[in-house]
Design a protein around this ligand. Structure first.
Ligand code: AHR
Length: 491
């Protein structure tokens, strides 16, 4: 039988809540229609932000939100998005569908959204088409409490106090849509731009994130760490799970068992990527001061038929929930280096938590996976050893089970187990060393690989109470259903 040994007395590192961060870009219906509908909308809103969505997102405890891009960030000029809305400049969103961006959602609205969600702000600045002055003034506008032209402007626009800005990214994908720079060139630019991302208040440190590599571009990591490592707090990594080639990525809903296996195989590369980029970082930063910030990850399929190709709208199934579970377990296990991740994207774009259609809203299977994993936030990762049979697939093998375990502040142990197999449940014997377990609470999310929530059937997939376990003489035996995620809380 599969066997999991958890060392409750061997904490290995802190799992930042930000490992479950989110990303929202001015792309398709992520901001407009998804999060922001404007004060005049019939959809219930507070200051233009829709309340059904806020309420749903508060339940999964969004820790951090990245904005305004993505590729959009390097075209965004923040001063166009402040002041009276009627006077705000309109622009073309060239990356995403060529639609008109009216800038009605800007800095004040984003900070209001973070307030309503109860999360921290992660803003990505414009290096590609912006100036050092523009970036520097944006940070001053948001975070300074001194008397200066920027803080006066903020006050004129109705905000007296500075905001807290936890994370600031200096450019996005500067090797691609953010300016097609070489690593050497960007490293110099990063050094210059970040110099003027000032910390205006002693108690409000801004964690600076340099643009890092895409998937297997190890050279980028090497150059950035070597040339600019000491000026950064974090280095980003982008890795998307794309089942097939970029031209025909595959459908979100209409997929085969083989597509499912390929998707999981590709998503599991995340572990190797973190290890290999991490090994390069270790050479320059053995103390692991610099965080690996995986600020774009998730599945990327062909858009839903009939939708704007530039809007990246895709449905979401149990396959996505398994992808989310596998990745969140991987991130937990690398919490010494991974300080934050941001799934792309929170709503209506790529691997979303929520989908909307006018006033309607549904929660995706990925949403429920995040809800289960939220119990790990701010816990201590525990040493754990899983010996599990592989799942033999037609073309090879995949893990039969995968886990991560953490110690909560109240002394309970949180275990998340993912069973990717489509061929049956997986029984596991769980021994906890260093703790007497007398009570177990379980929840499960499972179904067929293609199960999803639709606007006609919004509650088909959701997590539910789990009782397929027994606790005898301190040994727990649980059966994790196929295509399933189980969370156990051991007290
Ligand atoms: O998330 C969609 C896009 O993917 C982002 O804008 C960009 O950074 C990445 O290529």
């Amino acid at each position: 039988m599969n066997r999991l040994i958890i060392h409750a007395d061997l904490p290995k590192g802190h799992i930042s809540k930000d490992i479950q961060g989110q990303f929202s870009e001015h792309l398709g219906r992520c901001i407009y229609g998804g999060l922001y509908v404007g004060e005049q909308s019939d959809i219930p809103n507070v200051n233009g932000i829709r309340q059904d969505v806020v309420q749903a997102l508060r339940e999964i405890r969004i820790p951090t939100l990245r904005w305004p891009g993505g590729c959009f960030a390097d075209e965004y000029h923040w001063k166009d998005g402040i002041g009276p809305k009627s006077a705000r400049k309109k622009m073309v969103n060239t990356h995403w569908g060529g639609v008109t961006e009216d800038n009605s959602f800007g800095t004040h609205e984003f900070m209001e959204l973070c307030r309503q969600l109860g999360c921290d702000a992660y803003i990505c600045g414009n290096v590609g088409s912006g100036t050092v002055q523009e970036m520097s003034e944006w940070v001053e506008y948001m975070t300074s409490d001194a008397i200066s032209p920027m803080t006066e402007l903020r006050r004129q626009n109705g905000r007296q106090e500075p905001w807290n800005l936890k994370y600031f990214g200096v450019g996005n994908e500067s090797w691609g849509c953010g300016g097609n720079m070489t690593a050497e060139y960007y490293a110099n630019e990063y050094r210059r731009y970040q110099t003027f991302v000032r910390q205006y208040r002693p108690d409000a440190k801004i964690y600076k994130i340099a643009c890092g590599p895409s998937d297997f571009s190890f050279d980028w990591t090497e150059v950035l760490m070597k040339n600019a490592g000491r000026y950064m707090d974090g280095l980003s990594l982008h890795y998307y799970t794309v089942p097939h080639e970029w031209k025909h990525k595959g459908s979100a809903l209409d997929f085969t068992r083989e597509d499912y296996c390929i998707t999981l195989e590709k998503t599991l590369k995340m572990d190797e990527l973190i290890a290999r980029h991490g090994a390069i970082m270790d050479r320059y930063d053995p103390e692991k001061r610099v965080g690996l910030i995986i600020d774009e990850w998730g599945t990327w399929y062909d858009v839903e038929p009939g939708t704007n190709p530039g809007f990246l709208y895709q449905q979401n199934t149990m396959r996505d929930a398994i992808v989310a579970g596998l990745n969140l377990n991987i991130f937990n296990k690398h919490c010494d280096r991974v300080h934050m991740t941001n799934i792309a994207q929170m709503i209506n774009v790529l691997q979303a938590m929520i989908l909307t259609e006018g006033p309607q809203m549904i929660k995706t299977p990925t949403y429920y996976a995040f809800r289960l994993f939220s119990a790990h936030q701010e816990n201590e990762l525990l040493e754990s050893h899983l010996t599990a049979e592989k799942w033999k697939t037609e073309k090879g093998e995949l893990p039969g089970l995968q886990e991560s375990c953490s110690l909560a502040a109240d002394g309970s142990v949180v275990v998340t187990l993912v069973n990717p197999s489509l061929d049956g449940g997986s029984e596991v014997r769980i021994e906890v060393q260093g703790k007497d377990v007398s009570r177990v609470e379980g929840r499960v999310l499972s179904g067929g690989m293609g199960d999803y929530n639709s606007f006609d059937e919004p509650d088909r997939v959701q997590d539910r109470a789990f009782d397929d376990f027994r606790l005898e003489n301190g040994i727990l035996t649980a059966k994790v259903p196929s295509c399933g995620v189980v969370r156990l809380i051991l007290a």
